[in-house]
Write a protein that binds this ligand. Structure first.
Ligand code: KIV
Length: 277
């Protein structure tokens, strides 16, 4: 049985920390799912950590659906959230509904995430009314990176902090089942967590959020372009991969791979028969 949005809501009520991680492919999603992580986000961060773009803006619906399907195939118990890409929910409510529906129908996930607060609340409300669970995302919203002038912490001035609180309340009113708070001061995230009834999931937002989300490549230490300040590397996969590939490279060059163990044997008489052909 997959985790439901009601179970995620109950986790806040019970004071149980909510664990969320990104995944972008079948193999990784399967491993994450087996640990029991209840929320898996197919984040548009894949644009950077999987596809090598500078930011998330070039990511399209087709790319997101392709990866969402792979993650859904790899999971049994997690609630899979598809991240709506840049400008797929901004222009009209119709656009937002159609694209959210594609995530559920074609991607097979159980919820969608969209960035923004007050400005997207109406779209979030309509998507929820159509039966599609929505996760909000406020604070540092990477799709607005050009507006922010970089990956900068948000909510540091009194006015900016009030705006983020208002964004959280607007999303709560719209009926979202949870809200990602990205790169905002920890005390502000703590206050928002107290003031809204829906679970808050932090990334770079301190320990007082109801849950935490990380980009899996940051957590595994496989993405080496930069390590965000909020990330903790629980492994150094980049070193492990480099070591393994170097060993393979050296063995092939030296003729040490493959050995008999990795090769297919053949009856000597068949081979002898072939020699006379
Ligand atoms: O795209 C993503 O991975 C995200 C998380 C960082 C919340 O939006």
């Amino acid at each position: 049985m997959r985790t439901t949005i009601n179970q995620i809501r109950e986790m806040k009520q019970n004071g149980e920390k909510i664990v969320m991680l990104t995944a972008y492919d079948y193999t990784t999603a399967k491993l994450v799912d087996r640990v029991g992580v209840p929320l898996i986000l197919v984040g548009d961060s894949l644009g950077m950590v999987v596809l090598g773009y500078e930011n998330t803006i070039p990511v399209t619906m087709e790319v997101m659906l392709h990866h969402t399907r792979a993650v859904v195939r790899g999971t049994e118990q997690a609630l899979v959230v598809g991240d709506m890409p840049f400008m797929t929910y901004h222009v009209t409510v119709e656009d937002a509904l159609r694209n959210a529906a594609r995530f559920i129908q074609e991607g097979g996930c159980q919820a969608v995430k969209l960035e923004g607060g007050v400005t997207v609340a109406e779209k979030a409300r309509r998507i929820v009314e159509c039966g599609i669970p929505v996760m909000g995302h406020i604070g540092l919203t990477p799709q607005s990176i050009n507006q922010f002038g970089g990956h900068r912490a948000q909510g540091k001035t009194p006015e900016a902090a009030v705006r983020i609180l208002e964004d959280a309340k607007a999303l709560e009113q719209a009926g979202v089942f949870s809200i990602v708070l990205e790169t905002v001061p920890a005390p502000l995230a703590g206050l928002i967590t107290q003031k809204v009834s829906v679970p808050t999931i932090g990334i770079g937002a301190g320990p007082q959020c109801d849950g935490q989300v990380q980009v899996i490549n940051d957590l595994l230490g496989s993405f080496t372009d930069f390590v965000p300040r909020h990330a903790k590397q629980y492994a150094r996969l980049a070193d492990i991969i480099t070591g393994a590939v170097t060993e393979y490279y050296n063995e092939v060059r030296a003729g040490d791979f493959p050995t008999k163990k990795q090769s297919i044997a053949m009856d000597e008489s068949i081979l002898a028969g072939l020699a006379t052909k």
